[in-house]
Structure formats: C-alpha cells, structure tokens
Design a protein around this ligand. Structure first.
Ligand SMILES: [Zn+2]
Ligand SMILES: [Zn+2]
Length: 300
C-alpha cells in the first residue's frame, strides 16, 4: 500500500504509515506525487510551535500527476482541460462561504481549519504533501503545470512563491527592498522583487550559505547579521539605499522580535510586509495563516 509520512509527536519521530487508495470524491482528484517542499511552516509544526493534533500528515507544497479524476472535474482553475497523467499542483483550499471569502479575500479565509478540515485517519487518507499520493478537496484550486517546468521549480509554488508574490505585488520599478530572512520565502522574494523591477534587493540573514543562495536568486546586497547589532544592520541598510532607508521591508524570518528592526530600515512612506508565519510564535497561535498566503502590512 502507498505510504504517508506522519508526525507522531512534536519533535518527531516522523513515521511512514500505509493506507489504501480510494476513488476521488466528485470534483476532486487523486494525485501521484512527484516532489514536495519543506516550508518553514513545516518546521514550526515539527517543533510543536503550532497546536496541531498528532499524528499529523505534514507538508503543503507539492507537485504530482493526476492518477484519477473525480466525477465532474474536467478542467483546472484556469479552464484548461485535465486528463490522467497531467502534471498539476494544487493551491491552498478555502471555504468559499465565510465573510472574507464572500468578499473575494479567500487568502484571509476564516475557516482554514474548520470547513473542509481533513484528517489522515479518514478517507481519502492522503491529505499531506509528504506522501506518495494526495487527494485534492473540492474547494482547492488545481493548476496544470506548463510543459518544461522542473518539479523543483513547481513544488514550492503554492506557498513560498505565492506568499511573496502576494506580499510584494505593489512593487514599482526602481523601488528598494529589504528582505529579513533568507529561507524559502526570502529566497523566492529576492527573485520576485528583482523580477518586478526593484533597483536594490537587500537580504539579511545570519547564515552565509543562505545569503549565497539569495544572491543567486537576485539579491543585489546581502547582510550577514551574525554578530551585528540592530544599529549596525540599520546603518548597512541605509548604505545600500542612498542613506534614506528602503521602500519596502519584507519580514520572513517568522520571529516577531525582528519586526521593529524592519520598521527601522524603512524610509518615509515606505511599507512593511510581514509573513503571517510570524504569528505562529506564541501560545495564542491557532491558524496556519501561511496556508492562506496572508500577509499583513503597516505603514511606516
Ligand atoms: Zn508554507
Ligand atoms: Zn472562507
């Protein structure tokens, strides 16, 4: 029987369980997965920083081929016809009924863990990305993967890339952008910012190897924050931004404590955008907001 990875308890271990396949429900698809990503959110879950019940089927970034189509599912979210064998990637699902969804803000769905919340112990079992199969939900947009795209490029698309595309969607040609954190989101953000026309993209992290990857993805300046004070980092940011500070700061460390630092990097009338994963730190956390590609903003 095909396998599904389950986090048995906070901190592990992760064990492989076997479950039978089933017919996909109407409007859904069964996918034979080819590759999955490990998002920072997965690490939060692994460490027990989210109050999710264990055993927990982990992973929410994946790409796979359609193994079976449920009744009535004939096209992807853009209207392209679907057939068995097509490579596809599913996006986060939303309820479609709450206040946010009804106002076109499905990224802020209030029922992320209610509505169609599924657990692995009920059919179709394969509800996480870290398994051999994945069954979509009826409210989950599904996208056919264009030919020629490598699985490595597509697997993180629905979370790491989509979140930063959303957060940085208003960048203008010539803007200066500071990215706090060179993890999966930060590295994708560097590429998005440069592609959008940013004149300077400054990435801050404490791990030099990650900064090297950020440079490969478009960062024009990297600041190794290891051993530096906030004042020293701020001075370096200003040196990279004509002495006036950045037009944008994107916080993707996932640690609320760095948000005040980021506000100090901004120039007048700039914007600070924050990955919602930072909300995961603290006992009141209950919703994996990263699943909604939510970001919040504050004017500086
Ligand atoms: Zn994620
Ligand atoms: Zn909703």
């Amino acid at each position: 029987m095909p396998k599904l990875a389950l986090l048995t308890a906070p901190g592990g271990p992760i064990e492989l369980a076997e479950f039978p396949l089933s017919d996909p429900a109407p409007g859904t698809a069964a996918l034979k997965l080819r590759m999955a990503g490990i998002c920072g959110s997965d690490l939060h879950i692994f460490r027990g920083e989210l109050p999710l019940p264990c055993p927990f089927a982990m992973g929410h970034e994946r790409v796979g081929a359609i193994a079976e189509l449920g009744e009535g599912l004939t096209t992807d979210a853009t209207g392209q016809p679907l057939a068995v064998g097509d490579p596809v990637t599913p996006y986060f699902w939303f309820c479609g009924r709450c206040h946010a969804c009804s106002r076109g803000r499905s990224y802020a769905c209030q029922n992320l863990l209610a509505g169609e919340y599924r657990t692995h112990d009920q059919e179709p079992h394969f509800i996480g990305a870290h398994g051999e199969y994945y069954y979509t939900s009826a409210r989950q947009p599904l996208y056919k993967v264009p030919e020629g795209l490598a699985d490595e490029a597509v697997a993180p698309l629905n979370c790491a890339l989509a979140q930063v595309l959303f957060a940085l969607r208003d960048i203008r040609l010539g803007d200066t952008v500071v990215i706090q954190g060179a993890g999966e989101l930060g590295i994708n953000a560097a590429a998005v910012a440069r592609t959008a026309g940013a004149a300077a993209v400054i990435v801050i992290d404490k791990i030099p190897e990650r900064l090297g990857v950020a440079a490969d993805f478009g960062a024009t300046g990297c600041i190794d924050a290891g051993g530096l004070s906030t004042t020293e980092i701020t001075e370096r940011v200003h040196r990279h931004t004509d002495g006036i500070g950045a037009d944008w700061v994107l916080e993707v460390v996932g640690v609320p404590g760095v948000i005040p630092d980021g506000i100090g990097f901004l120039n007048n009338a700039a914007r600070c955008s924050r990955s919602a994963t930072s909300e995961w730190d603290g006992p009141s956390s209950s919703t994996p907001a990263c699943w909604s590609t939510a970001t919040s903003r504050c004017a500086a």
